[in-house]
Write a protein that binds this ligand. Structure first.
Ligand SMILES: [Fe+2]
Length: 299
């Protein structure tokens, strides 16, 4: 008997919803919406709020397979690290900073970048240092690489970070470009870029997801480029559409998620999506289209 794959028939889509920097915008409506649109997994890139407990607690109660990495705002500007530690405790093993989280089902390996990053090369803020101790650039790279190489090679791999990597451009509107003060520069994370390079010597990295650098640029500079692909085929998605709760010009409420589909292990559609609270897809910005359907094999 031939299986679906040998016939070129699409076996399954793995549909991932991604919530960009929440900055407090997560509530029961988002949870109902997730039930309606029913992704296979949810990824969250941090900056849930400013150290408050409510959102980590809500995320930890979700039944959906979930992986999260915390952002700089999640330290609550608490240099003692206690606020960050409470967030980590609430999320438990859903938090994958510097670690591996395999989601089974649906069959996805998620590796987290450095927790609580504020971008800008390599800098551990005081709260993160209080929790994790002094971690060098090389140690941070090594933790990310080790986690990725421990992942089941048969699962698609997503790197999940609060700040994206260096190397994606130095203009204000690039995926990790500094827009809030001149001169514009590359504000990505150096450790994440080095880790990606090393992981790719051993296995592909199809998708890197991050936030932190909001889509709407400061000082009236327009909108950020939120997606790109490098020469090695790795796709980079900045998911920080902030605020993620809004309304359209007809006054209809909108909720933003980014969306990524793996089709038989290969990255297909990547998009930004804006849903009504009732689950209607009202707007979609397609960033990457699915690969052409495979040809049916001859009988
Ligand atoms: Fe941030």
């Amino acid at each position: 008997m031939q299986d679906g794959k040998s016939l070129g028939i699409r076996l399954s889509d793995l549909r991932i919803a991604i919530a960009g920097d929440l900055h407090g915008q997560w509530d029961a409506t988002d949870e109902r919406l997730l039930e309606l649109i029913a992704p296979d997994a949810l990824l969250v890139v941090g900056d849930l709020n400013d150290g408050q407990q409510q959102i980590p607690a809500r995320l930890s109660r979700l039944q959906l397979p979930l992986a999260c990495v915390l952002g700089n705002h999640d330290t609550g500007r608490d240099s003692s690290g206690r606020t960050l530690q409470r967030q980590l405790a609430a999320l438990g093993d859903r938090h994958c900073g510097w670690g591996l989280r395999e989601l089974r089902p649906p069959g996805l390996a998620v590796v987290g970048g450095r927790p609580a990053s504020a971008g800008g090369g390599f800098h551990l803020n005081q709260g993160a240092q209080a929790v994790f101790g002094p971690v060098s650039l090389e140690e941070s790279v090594s933790r990310i690489v080790t986690a990725a190489l421990a992942a089941d090679p048969s699962l698609p791999l997503v790197l999940l970070a609060h700040s994206g990597p260096t190397g994606l451009g130095s203009a204000a509107g690039d995926p990790c470009g500094r827009d809030w003060k001149p001169p514009a520069c590359d504000w990505g994370d150096q450790d994440l870029a080095l880790a990606i390079e090393r992981i790719r010597r051993r296995r592909p990295v199809p998708l890197v997801v991050f936030g932190h650098m909001h889509h709407r640029l400061k000082r009236g500079q327009g909108d950020r480029l939120s997606f790109c692909r490098d020469r090695a085929g790795t796709a980079y998605l900045n998911t920080a559409f902030v605020p993620r709760h809004g309304t359209d010009d007809r006054g209809r409420p909108l909720r933003h998620f980014s969306w990524a589909v793996f089709r038989d292990g290969e990255l297909g559609e990547v998009s930004h999506r804006w849903y009504s609270p009732e689950g209607e897809l009202l707007y979609r910005q397609v960033l990457a289209a699915p690969l052409a359907a495979k040809q049916l094999a001859p009988c």
